[in-house]
Design a protein around this ligand. Structure first.
Ligand SMILES: C[S@@+](CC[C@H](N)C(=O)[O-])C[C@H]1O[C@@H](n2cnc3c(N)ncnc32)[C@H](O)[C@@H]1O
Length: 270
């Protein structure tokens, strides 16, 4: 089966488990089933959010948290901004972002899994946020127009993509010049080969598909970002880390010899 379909099925199952109340909370879902444990639950999911943030969220949104960081905490969102969450899952970071940008701002979530989109929409209603839109789509081809977003966030999703250069290019396309990236992801130390990463965990468990730190930096720079940083925050497997990835879309791509992004198709949204 194609990797993307394996990923979709895996997260559809996670969403169903939360919806049916049969578990999959405690942050064990982004990790391999075989490694689900108390330690794993400290490295993925709801434990990465503080009590105040959890208090803003319905229980099902907290339970559905499958991330490896807390991108809303690093993105420094402001009133009135437009935020896009790539791979929004049960909606936790979209809901938190919507509260930060307020009624004059907007938070979009994009996800390819119907069950996750349905869960996220229910969670947004339960949380009482109205300035949110959940879009069905893939993060390699984001269903939003060029230069329409101030901030791109994402939580433990880019490692799951089978075409990471396309994701990074799409991030640059949808961001306004000077727009920011604040992403949490699993990132490997440069010493680990792709095979060594795969020995440490599965693709759908967010380990085997992780970029190394220097691959992340080079990929973002090639896509038109500057001020790129990748900071390891906590180890999730030997030589593999939850990391905060930050970058700024360059104001002047032409001066840097980067492709100039043309305003593209209109959004197929909501
Ligand atoms: C590990 S979960 C993280 C969910 C959410 N960001 C969180 O922190 O709870 C991965 C999510 O990304 C979605 N996803 C994975 N690959 C995707 C792709 N290529 N395009 C769109 N969504 C994708 C899955 O459907 C799933 O909801």
């Amino acid at each position: 089966m194609e990797i993307r379909e394996q990923v979709r099925r895996r997260y559809a199952e996670s969403a169903r488990a939360v919806t049916e109340g049969s578990g999959c909370g405690s942050g064990s879902c982004c990790a391999d089933d075989s490694s689900a444990s108390a330690v794993t639950s400290e490295r993925f999911g709801e434990a990465l959010y503080d009590a105040e943030q959890r208090g803003e969220l319905p229980d099902a949104a907290v339970l559905a948290s499958l991330g490896c960081g807390n991108p809303v905490a690093v993105a420094e969102l402001h009133e009135g901004e437009t935020v896009l969450d790539l791979g929004s899952g049960g909606g936790i970071d979209v809901i938190l972002s919507a509260n930060r940008v307020g009624p004059t701002g907007t938070a979009y979530g994009v996800d390819m899994t119907d069950e996750m989109l349905a869960l996220a929409m229910r969670n947004a209603v339960d949380a009482g946020v109205r300035n949110v839109h959940f879009l069905k789509g893939v993060i390699e081809q984001v269903p939003l127009p060029a230069e329409s977003v101030d901030v791109v966030i994402s939580n433990c999703v880019i490692n799951l993509s089978v075409d990471k250069p396309a994701v990074l290019t799409e991030m640059a396309r949808v961001l306004k010049p000077g727009g920011r990236v604040g992403v949490s992801d699993v990132v490997a130390e440069d010493r680990l080969s792709p095979d060594e990463r795969a020995e440490r965990g599965s693709y759908v468990g967010c380990i085997a598909g992780a970029l190394s730190r220097s691959e992340y930096v080079a990929g973002l720079e090639a896509a038109g970002f500057e001020d790129v940083s990748v900071e390891f925050t906590h180890e999730v497997a030997d030589g593999m880390h939850g990391a905060i990835v930050k970058a700024v879309k360059t104001h002047d791509p032409q001066a840097k010899g980067l492709p100039v992004i043309q305003p593209a198709a209109s959004a197929s949204c909501c």
